[in-house]
Design a binder for this molecule. Structure first.
Ligand code: DPP
Ligand code: ZN
Length: 876
C-alpha cells in the first residue's frame, strides 16, 4: 500500500444520491447487486471518470441506466472499477453485480460468517469487499437493503434503519427489506442473517417516542444479555439528560457474534458486538467484564450522534468520533459508578497503554497527517489520548462552555462529514476563546514532560512555582512548540486545608486551573501563611508526565489528606515508583532491596481506612506494575530485575500489613445474592487485593485454594485462580483448581479465555512452553480472534518476564505466530505485533533478539499492508 496524505484530500467528482442493495445470501456464493445513483458534482471536471474502490472483488455484471455497457467504457480489477464517458450533470444509475464468498472470508472484514451467522464489518474499508463503491466516510447516502436467504437457516434478516417488510421468496427462501432514512457513509452499513435468540425491551425517548430494543444472541444465551440491555437503557437516558441527544429510529438492535476483530461496531441502528462485550452473568462474568460491557454498550450507542449523525470527513479525523465518544463513555461510567475510582482506572490504562505508544516507534499525533494502513490507526492515541484532549477542552472552557460548544457542534454539523478544525471552532465560537495553541494537542505526538520545582519564602509569604515543558521528539517530528497545558492544582496546608493566595503572578489561573502556555513559566502565589504542599495535575487534568521531586513526607501528606481522591492515589503512586525503580536497580546489581517504611505504612493505613470507599483502597493497594516501572526507567530495561525488585517491595508490604490484610479479607466478603453494582464490586476488589498480599505473607496456597473453592461469583473465582497460578504454579492445589475451572466451564469459550489468560501470564521462563502446550488444547481455535488474543496476545502484552526471555525465544515465537496469522487475519496479526512497541527500551541482549525477530517478520513473503506497516515503523 502507498502512503495517504491528509494534504491530498479532495471531494469526489460524483455525488452519490442513493443506494439500493440486494443480497442473495449463500455460504460460498453470495450475489450482491448494488444500484447506485450518482450525478457529477457541480464544478467537477466533465471528463473525469467514476472510480470506485474494491478489494478482492469479482464482478459478474455491470449496467448503465439498466443497459449493457460497452466494454471499452470501463475497467474492472479486484481493487477498482473505473467507468468513463459519464453524463455531465444529469443523474445516472450504475448497477453492479459481484459474487462473494462469506465462508472463505477469514479477515472478518466485509461480509463473513461467524458460527453460521452472516454478519458484516465495514469500518474502515470493509464495504469495498462487498461491492465496488466510493468507500470513504464523506460519501453519505440513503440505503435500501433487500436480503434473500434460506428460511430455515436464516429466519432472521437484519440491516440498518427501519424494517419495510418481508415475504416468502421461492422455494425455501424468504426476503426482507430495510430502509435507513439517515444518510450514512458505507462504513456504517451492516447486515446480519441467521438463527439467533432475542431479548426485547422498549425505551421511551424524551419526546415520548417508543423505541423497540432488541439484543440478539445465540439461542440459550438470552439470560446473559440482561445486563447489556440494562446498560443500553441507562445509556439512552444519560445521553438525553447530559448531552440532550435523543435516539432517531424506531428500533435499535445489537447482535453479539463470536468472531470479531474489534470490541464492537456502531453501525446505524444495528450495532454488531464481540459477544465478550454483551454476555454476562454472575457465574461467568467478572466485575471488570460488567464494567466493560456497560462502557462499550454506551460507547457504541453514543456514536449514534458522535460518529453517525456527525461523521468524519476522512480517516485522518478518526479522533473526531473516537476521542469524543470515549470521553462520553468515560463520563457516563463516572456518573454510573465512582467518579474518582473510574478516573484512576482510566489514568492507569492511559499510562500503561498510550504513554508507551507515544514514547516508541509507533508514536503518532491524535490527528495524524499520513497513514499507510488505516486499520493500524485504531490506536490508544486516537482513542484514549483523543478523549483526554476532549477532557482538556472541557476543563479550559468549563462545564457550561463545554455544553454550549457541543450544542453548537450538533446544530452546525448534524448530517455533515466534519473535521477536527470544525469541532474545535465550535468551542471557540461558543465561548469566544482562541484554541489555536491548544490545537497542538491534535498535531504534536509525544507525551509532554513538565518539570516542576518550588520554593517558599516564609518572610514574604510567597510560594514560587517554576514550570518547564518539553515535548520529546517522535517519528517525523523532531521539533515541538510549547503547548497549552491546563493543570488543576491545590496548595495543601499542614492541617489538610487549602491555602488561598492573595495574589498570583506569572500565569493565567481560572478557578483551580493553571494554564501553562510558555516553555518556561514562574508563578508566584503571595499571602501564603505557611509552607504549602503543592498538589499538581489533580484528577489528571492534562495527560503529561511530571518531573517533580516531592519529598516522601509531602507525598504521604497528599495521600492521606487531599480532597481529590485521584490525587491521593497519584501521590501513593509517586511515593512507590522511586522505591520500585531503586529496587529494580539493586536487584540488577545483585544487591539486597530495602523498602521504605513510609511507603508501606501509608499504603497499609489507606487500605485499612474504613472511611474510604473500598474500590479506592483496592486501587491504592495495587502497586505500579512491572511495565509502569519499565516506563519510568525508560531504557536499558531488564524485565527480570524489575520483577525481582518489585516482588521484594511487595513482600515487605505484605508482611508488614499481614494483620490488616487478614481483617480486610474477612470483613469485605460479599454475601447474599450477587449484584454487579460498583459498591459491591469495590468490596470484592478490596478483598481480592488483600488475598493477593496474603498469599505472599502466608507462603502457602491454602487460603487462595479455599477462596477458590468457596467462590460464588466469577470475580472471586478467577482472582483466586490467578493468585494460585501466579504464586504457586507448581502446587497440586493449583493444578486441581485449573482443571476444575476448565471442566466446569468447558463449553463456555469466553470463560475458557480467562483460563488461557491466567496461565499465559504466569511469570518466568516456563511461560512460553505453557503457552505452546495450551495452543494444542481442544479449547483453542486459531481462527477466533478472542482465543488468539487471550492466549498469544495476553502472553506478549502482559507477561513481561515470560515474553521477554533473555534468550529471545518469546520474540521468535511471536514472529512465527504473526507470520502464521497474517495471511488469514492481518488486522489481528498487526494488533498483536504492537506488543513489541517498546522493544528499543530493552537491554542490549534482549533488544538484539527483538530486532532479529522483527527482521524475520519483515522478511516474510506476501506480508499484509497491516503487518508490514507496523513492522517497518518499528524497525525504522
Ligand atoms: N467499533 C469501533 C469503536 O466503536 C470502531 N468505530 O470504537
Ligand atoms: Zn468508537
Amino acid at each position: 500500500g502507498q502512503i495517504i496524505h491528509l494534504a491530498d484530500y479532495r471531494q469526489t467528482d460524483f455525488v452519490l444520491e442513493r443506494v439500493d442493495l440486494t443480497f442473495e445470501l449463500d455460504p460460498t456464493e453470495t450475489k450482491v447487486e448494488a444500484r447506485l445513483i450518482f450525478h457529477r458534482r457541480e464544478g467537477a471536471d466533465v471528463a473525469a471518470p467514476l472510480v470506485l474502490d474494491g478489494d478482492e472483488l469479482v464482478m459478474t455484471g455491470l449496467l448503465f441506466d439498466q443497459m449493457e455497457i460497452d466494454a471499452a467504457r470501463y475497467d474492472a480489477t479486484p481493487d477498482s472499477l473505473t467507468i468513463r464517458d459519464l453524463p455531465a450533470s444529469e443523474p445516472f444509475e450504475i448497477t453492479i453485480t459481484t459474487m462473494i464468498n462469506p465462508e472463505a472470508n477469514t479477515q472478518l472484514m466485509g461480509l463473513y460468517r461467524s458460527n453460521g451467522v452472516y454478519c458484516t464489518q465495514c469500518e474502515a474499508e470493509g464495504f469495498r469487499r462487498i461491492t465496488y463503491f466510493p468507500d470513504r466516510p464523506d460519501v453519505l447516502a440513503v440505503y435500501t437493503v433487500n436480503i434473500i436467504a434460506d428460511k430455515a437457516s436464516c429466519p432472521l434478516l437484519l440491516s440498518n434503519g427501519n424494517f419495510l417488510g418481508g415475504a416468502g421468496y421461492g422455494e425455501g427462501k424468504h426476503f426482507a427489506a430495510w430502509f435507513d432514512p439517515h444518510p450514512k457513509p458505507s462504513y456504517l452499513f451492516a447486515l446480519v442473517a441467521g438463527d439467533l435468540g432475542v431479548v426485547e425491551d422498549t425505551f421511551t425517548t424524551m419526546s415520548g417516542r417508543e423505541v423497540t430494543l432488541k439484543i440478539y444472541v445465540e439461542h440459550g444465551k438470552e439470560a446473559r444479555a440482561a445486563y447489556a440491555m440494562d446498560a443500553l437503557k441507562r445509556s439512552m437516558k444519560w445521553d438525553e439528560e447530559v448531552f440532550g441527544r435523543e435516539y432517531d429510529l424506531d428500533i435499535f438492535m445489537i447482535v453479539a457474534v463470536s468472531d470479531f476483530n474489534m470490541g464492537a461496531m456502531e453501525n446505524k441502528g444495528l450495532n454488531v458486538f464481540n459477544d465478550k462485550y454483551v454476555l454476562a452473568d454472575p457465574e461467568t462474568a467478572t466485575d471488570q467484564d460488567y464494567a466493560n460491557i456497560e462502557a462499550i454498550i454506551a460507547h457504541e450507542y453514543f456514536h449514534n450522534w458522535t460518529g453517525n449523525r456527525v461523521t468524519c470527513r476522512d480517516w485522518f479525523q478518526l479522533c473526531l468520533k473516537e476521542g469524543l465518544t470515549v470521553y462520553r463513555d468515560h463520563e457516563f461510567s463516572a456518573d454510573q459508578r465512582s467518579r474518582p475510582v473510574k478516573r484512576i482506572a482510566e489514568v492507569r490504562h492511559l499510562k500503561s497503554e498510550q504513554f508507551p505508544e507515544d514514547a516508541g516507534p509507533l508514536a503518532h499525533p491524535v490527528r495524524p497527517t499520513k497513514y499507510r494502513e488505516i486499520n493500524n490507526f485504531y490506536t490508544t492515541t486516537v482513542y484514549e489520548k483523543g478523549s483526554e484532549v476532549t477532557r482538556m477542552i472541557a476543563t479550559i472552557v468549563g462545564p457550561d462552555g463545554f455544553k454550549k460548544g457541543m450544542d453548537l457542534y450538533f446544530e452546525r454539523h448534524d448530517g455533515d462529514a466534519a473535521t477536527i478544525e470544525d469541532f474545535v471552532k465550535c468551542f471557540e465560537d461558543a465561548n469566544g476563546v482562541d484554541l489555536t495553541q491548544f490545537s497542538l494537542w491534535y498535531h504534536q505526538a509525544g507525551t509532554p514532560l513538565v518539570s516542576v520545582s518550588c520554593a517558599y519564602d516564609q518572610a514574604k509569604g510567597d510560594f514560587t512555582l517554576s514550570l518547564e515543558q518539553m515535548i520529546p521528539p517522535t517519528p517525523g517530528q523532531s521539533v515541538k512548540e510549547p503547548m497549552h497545558i491546563p493543570l488543576r492544582f491545590g496548595l495543601l496546608l499542614g492541617d489538610g486545608s487549602e491555602a488561598k493566595a492573595a495574589a498570583v503572578s506569572g500565569a493565567d489561573i481560572t478557578g483551580d486551573v493553571l494554564h501553562l502556555k510558555e516553555r518556561r513559566q514562574t508563578v508566584t502565589f503571595s499571602g501564603i501563611p505557611s509552607r504549602p504542599v503543592l498538589v499538581l495535575n489533580r484528577s489528571f487534568s492534562a495527560p503529561v508526565n511530571l518531573h517533580f521531586e516531592q519529598a516522601p513526607a509531602d507525598l504521604a501528606h497528599i495521600a492521606r489528606h487531599d480532597s481529590d481522591l485521584f490525587s491521593r492515589w497519584q501521590a501513593l503512586n509517586d511515593l512507590a515508583l522511586p522505591s520500585l525503580v531503586e529496587a529494580a536497580r539493586r536487584a540488577r546489581a545483585g544487591e539486597t532491596v530495602e523498602t521504605s517504611a513510609v511507603l508501606a505504612d501509608t499504603l497499609i493505613a489507606i487500605a485499612g481506612d474504613e472511611n474510604l470507599e473500598p474500590a479506592f483502597r483496592a486501587q491504592a493497594l495495587a502497586l505500579p506494575s512491572e511495565s509502569d516501572i519499565a516506563r519510568e526507567l525508560g531504557s536499558n530495561n531488564d524485565p527480570d530485575a524489575i520483577r525481582t525488585g518489585r516482588e521484594a517491595v511487595l513482600a515487605f508490604v505484605a508482611n508488614r500489613g499481614a494483620a490488616v490484610f487478614a481483617t480486610l479479607f474477612e470483613r469485605h466478603r460479599t454475601q447474599g445474592t450477587f449484584t454487579p453494582d460498583a459498591a459491591s464490586a469495590g468490596h470484592r476488589a478490596l478483598r481480592n487485593a488483600a488475598l493477593s498480599y496474603l498469599a505472599v505473607s502466608d507462603g502457602t496456597p491454602a487460603r487462595a485454594a479455599e477462596a477458590f473453592a468457596s467462590a460464588d461469583n466469577m470475580t472471586d473465582r478467577s482472582t483466586a485462580l490467578t493468585v494460585l497460578a501466579h504464586r504457586f504454579p507448581a502446587a497440586p492445589e493449583t493444578a486441581e483448581a485449573l482443571e476444575s475451572f476448565r471442566a466446569r466451564f468447558a463449553d463456555n469459550a469466553l470463560v475458557i479465555d480467562k483460563w488461557f489468560a491466567i496461565q499465559s501470564t504466569i511469570p518466568g521462563d516456563g511461560a512460553l512452553a505453557r503457552v505452546q502446550a495450551l495452543m494444542t488444547s481442544p479449547h483453542f481455535a486459531k481462527s477466533n480472534p478472542n482465543r488468539v488474543r487471550a492466549l498469544v496476545g495476553t502472553f506478549a502484552f502482559s507477561n513481561p518476564t515470560g515474553f521477554n526471555r533473555a534468550d529471545g525465544a518469546g520474540y521468535r515465537f511471536l514472529a512465527e505466530q504473526i507470520l502464521e496469522i497474517d495471511p488469514k487475519n492481518p488486522q489481528l496479526a498487526a494488533r498483536i505485533l504492537t506488543s513489541m512497541r517498546s522493544w528499543r527500551a530493552l537491554e542490549e541482549v534482549r533488544s538484539d533478539h527483538a530486532r532479529n525477530a522483527l527482521r524475520t517478520i519483515a522478511a516474510g513473503e506476501k506480508l499484509s499492508s497491516d503487518v508490514s506497516d507496523i513492522v517497518e515503523r518499528m524497525l525504522k
